[in-house]
Design a protein around this ligand. Structure first.
Ligand code: UT7
Length: 322
């Protein structure tokens, strides 16, 4: 079995930073409420000419500008997104075309905030199987396009952005065992409307927007992730105190704090992207990891637990060695 390792990381966000004051003007809220209940201070919204595929490509360009890696022999591109420019062609095909990656297969993963972690698990599997050697995994969203700006319980949460990692066949075992799972009965608690007019017989709106039962998803996230953290550590032959950094999906700073309270994992050893970027779904884990790497917090050899969760409801995680 061939091992795999992340060898490079890049990111991209659109130019337009949106602070909490913006929301004070369009819904009944305050900067103080948003910061204290979510942790969010800013997020970025794509302008009319910026699409998810652009953010994917920019994240890959950032990656190649920072690391001595070539992408021309990438043999698979996996993009996680729930906000593709359009459902077909896939975002992975747009990246293949725009970066002229002649030898790459291309596929999108559709698992919302768990999708980037699913992509890592799939890339490891392809490399372990010996069918592929160099895989780009990208998490990218333009959630501002599907945000309901009249919904005061959700519109201030979401942001746009992308993160990309390169995963290569390696002597080192840089991607460990994984957890993957779903509680599909919670589909009604977090969905993108505008397709079918019902879920499990419950009628839903036909306009296209994110609909979320925030309290239910919050509780599920804390309970499920607190349960899965030790399971994932054990699958990797580790205890939680041997994990250097925990990078959960950044949906709400209070969710991360609550998971730490439940599991006893130190909050200071978590990496987040919620404060500066909001909830960017597929992009949130690579954005958080990127900030940890660029700030110098994450060192070569560190063990990092990634754990994505969200719409589906679905989750996936693994432990990487940086
Ligand atoms: O990424 C995918 C996974 N998603 C998540 O994990 C999201 C999980 N959920 C959350 O992050 C939180 O539930 C929210 C941020 C969405 C909401 O925070 P909360 O602390 O759960 O608020 P709540 O729904 O319990 O509402 C508390 C109060 C209510 O007022 P009353 O009934 O206590 O008087 C709301 O009306 O906060 C009020 N409220 C607001 N106040 C000011 C709700 N939204 C706002 C707002 N500004 N924007």
């Amino acid at each position: 079995m061939t091992n795999a390792r992340i060898t490079a990381i890049g990111m991209s966000v659109p130019e337009n930073a949106v602070d909490n004051k913006y929301f004070e003007n369009i819904i009944d809220t305050t900067d103080e409420w948003i910061v204290s209940r979510t942790g969010i201070r800013t997020r970025y919204h794509a302008g009319p000419d910026v699409f998810t595929s652009d953010l994917c490509v920019n994240a890959c360009r950032d990656l190649t500008s920072r690391y001595q890696v070539a992408l021309d022999d990438v043999d698979m591109i996996i993009v996680s997104t729930v906000t593709p420019d359009q459902p077909m062609p896939s975002m992975a095909c747009r990246v293949q075309y725009k970066l002229d990656l002649k030898f790459a297969g291309a596929i999108d993963v559709y698992a919302a905030c768990a999708g980037f972690s699913y992509g890592i698990v799939m890339a490891k599997g392809l490399i372990a199987a010996g069918t592929h050697r160099k895989v780009l995994v990208i998490g990218a969203e333009t959630l501002s396009r599907i945000t309901d700006f009249t919904d005061r319980t959700s519109c201030m949460l979401f942001g746009d952005g992308a993160g990309a990692v390169l995963i290569e066949a390696s002597e080192e075992n840089g991607i460990g065992a994984c957890v993957t799972g779903a509680n599909g009965e919670g589909g009604i608690d977090l969905y993108l409307s505008g397709f079918a007019d019902q879920i499990d017989g419950q009628p839903i709106t036909t306009s296209r927007k994110i609909v979320q039962n925030g309290r239910k998803v919050f509780k599920w996230a804390v309970t499920k992730m607190s349960e899965q953290m030790p399971v994932l550590a054990e699958k990797n032959g580790l205890s939680l105190d041997q994990i250097d950094w925990f990078v959960p999906h950044s949906a709400n700073l209070r969710i991360i704090e609550a998971i730490c309270n439940e599991t006893g994992f130190p909050f200071e050893k978590t990496l987040e992207s919620i404060v500066n970027f909001g909830n960017t779904s597929s992009a949130s884990i690579p954005l958080a990891l990127y900030s940890g790497v660029q700030s110098g917090k994450v060192k070569r050899g560190d063990r990092i637990m990634l754990l994505g969760f969200g719409g589906g409801l679905a989750y996936a995680g693994t432990v990487i060695t940086w």
